[in-house]
Every structure is written in C-alpha cells, then in structure tokens.
Ligand binder design. Structure first.
Ligand SMILES: [Zn+2]
Length: 143
C-alpha cells in the first residue's frame, strides 16, 4: 500500500525520503518491522545505510524482525511544550535495543510511565503520531 502525499513524500524528518529509508517506512505501513542484516558478518544494522557498520561490506539485505527488545534508556516528557504533542503528555521516548542488536529511538505506549524501567521487555506495535501521516513503529510492554 502506497499512499500519495505521505510523510516520506513530504521529505519530513530528514532521511525518511532516502531510497534505503523508504523500504523501512513502507514496511511499517504494513505493520512489519524490518532492519538490514549483513550477508558477510550476519550483524543486524540500523538505521538504514549503504555499507555494514561492523565490517564495511556492501552486502546489506532487509530482513523482518520479530520486534521484541528491551528498554535501554528512556525519558518521559511531562511538560506540554508544543501543541502537536499536548494530548499525549506525558509520553515516553525510549532507546529500545532489539533482541537482534540494533537500537531504535521510539515511543513507549499503552502503559503508565511508572511501569517503564531500564531493562523492561517491550514489543513493537504500530500507531500514528500527531501531525504525521502513516504508521510508525512504537513499543509497548511485553507480557
Ligand atoms: Zn558486516
């Protein structure tokens, strides 16, 4: 499914409109989380890039991951500093380490901020963000 005039067509957010990042965002619209994996060293690589961050091989393929990981660090925003985000305050921005290794900067949703700790197990879910079109990978607590 490709919608016209979506966020990546607008070129918002820097990097979303690159050829490599487009694959990631298109998969997200299908509620699939994909990252790159190196055919040479088998490491998982994110964010999207042209060569492997571990061995510099030009051998990166996209693979779907199960979207499970743990909170590496996080910060909960309690102050409504911009009207776009006002309805979501408080919201949590987290650095999630996927089980496969890569880190994603993301939101943690569907829980109270006090439920989140370093090391909390999370899983991907897909939702919309204010003032953006399309689905974004976010994370929720894993049972
Ligand atoms: Zn490699």
């Amino acid at each position: 499914m490709t919608k016209n005039n979506t966020y990546y067509d607008k070129g918002l957010g820097g990097g979303r409109n690159t050829l490599d990042a487009r694959r990631f965002w298109e998969a997200a619209q299908e509620e699939r989380l994909i990252v790159q994996r190196c055919d040479e060293c088998d490491e998982y690589v994110f964010p999207p890039q042209d060569v492997c961050a571990y061995c510099w091989a030009d051998a990166l393929d996209w693979v779907e991951v199960d979207g499970e990981g743990r909170i590496h660090s996080f910060s909960t925003i309690h102050v409504d500093i911009h009207s776009t985000w006002g309805d979501r305050v408080p919201y949590t921005v987290a650095f999630v380490e996927l089980d496969e290794g890569p880190f994603l900067v993301t939101n943690v949703v569907d829980c109270e901020p006090d439920d989140i700790e370093i090391g909390t197990a999370v899983e991907v879910t897909f939702g919309e963000l204010p003032a953006e079109d399309g689905l974004f990978p976010q994370f929720r607590l894993r049972e």
